[in-house]
Design a binder for this molecule. Structure first.
Ligand code: HXC
Length: 258
């Protein structure tokens, strides 16, 4: 499928989506978010794909929702079209793992999009921020909620109220990103990490992802109960038998995604 605002690549079992509006620092237009949702649909439906990497350019992962597109919208416009709800939610409903590889700016909706992914690998030049307040609005794609869960109230509140950006080192200390790598290595490192996941059993990866995500939705007791049920369910898979047999027999497992 030919896209206008993104590039799509396949590296073995890894699907890579590259945000590609360089002149607008990958501002997240309606078209871009529609195409991103379509690319995710395609990778999710493709049985050969086990993990997805979402990345941008060296200068910008994404500098936010497209301000030029939003600027003149009325309340009725955004309410009636349920602005940003449909396609923006697509990343967080993806059942396959999605890794954000963030280089440069991840601002506003760009930061929110990165946080919808399962984890964030950052280039040393990454800058995260929620500057919406400085242009007369506020985060609208989960920023006040996800950032607070990632980095705690104090940092999230300061960032949302002042628009201050966090650099990669601070983002790693605060728990927003899993690792920081040199910018030149970012894409390769993200693909390598995604390949490691894609070589495992997809159903077990999906169950594990679902269980970790549950931690953000429920109490500890309910979350542990949910985990226990899924853990028991893994014993109904052929891949659990294969994985443990391979360990005992001192060989590599041959997972069949069953
Ligand atoms: C539309 C954008 C844009 C954006 C940058 N551009 N960000 N266009 N929407 N979010 C465009 C600029 O207008 C400019 O186009 C070109 O990209 C290069 O940007 P510059 O500003 O010239 O680059 P630079 O001086 O390097 O500054 C980089 C920057 C700055 C610090 C990232 O661009 C910036 O502050 N951008 C806006 C960040 C922001 O406020 N994001 C939150 C958006 S609100 P021209 O045509 O002039 O060359 C949001 C709401 C989320 O995300 C809630 C729901 C999703």
């Amino acid at each position: 499928m030919a896209y206008e605002t993104i590039l799509v690549e396949t590296h073995g079992k890894v699907g890579v989506i590259i945000l590609n509006r360089p002149k607008a620092l990958n501002a997240l237009s309606k078209t871009l978010m529609r195409e991103l949702a379509q690319a995710l649909d395609a990778f999710e439906a493709n049985e050969e794909i086990g993990a997805i990497v979402l990345t941008g350019s060296e200068k910008a992962f994404a500098a936010g929702a497209d301000i030029k597109e939003m600027a003149t919208k009325s309340y009725m416009d955004v309410y009636r079209e349920d602005f940003i709800t449909v396609d923006w939610e697509r990343v967080s409903t993806c059942r396959k793992p999605v890794i954000a590889a963030v280089s440069g700016y991840a601002l506003g909706g760009g930061c929110e999009l990165a946080m919808m992914c399962d984890f964030i690998l950052a280039g040393e030049n990454a800058k995260f921020g929620q500057p919406e307040i400085t242009i007369g609005t506020m985060p609208g794609a989960g920023g006040t909620q996800r950032l607070t869960r990632f980095v705690g109230k104090s940092k999230a509140m300061e960032m949302c109220l002042t628009g201050r950006m966090m650099d990669a080192a601070e983002a790693e200390r605060a728990g927003l990103v899993s690792r920081v790598v040199p910018v030149d290595d970012l894409k390769d490192e993200a693909i390598k990490t995604a390949t490691k996941i894609a070589d495992l059993s997809l159903p077990l990866v999906m169950m594990t992802k679902e269980s970790v995500n549950r931690a953000y939705e429920t109490t500890l007791t309910e979350g542990v109960r949910f985990e226990r049920r899924l853990f028991h369910a893994t014993f109904a898979t052929a891949d659990q038998k294969e994985g443990m047999a391979a360990f005992v027999e001192k060989r590599q497992p041959d997972f069949k995604n069953r």
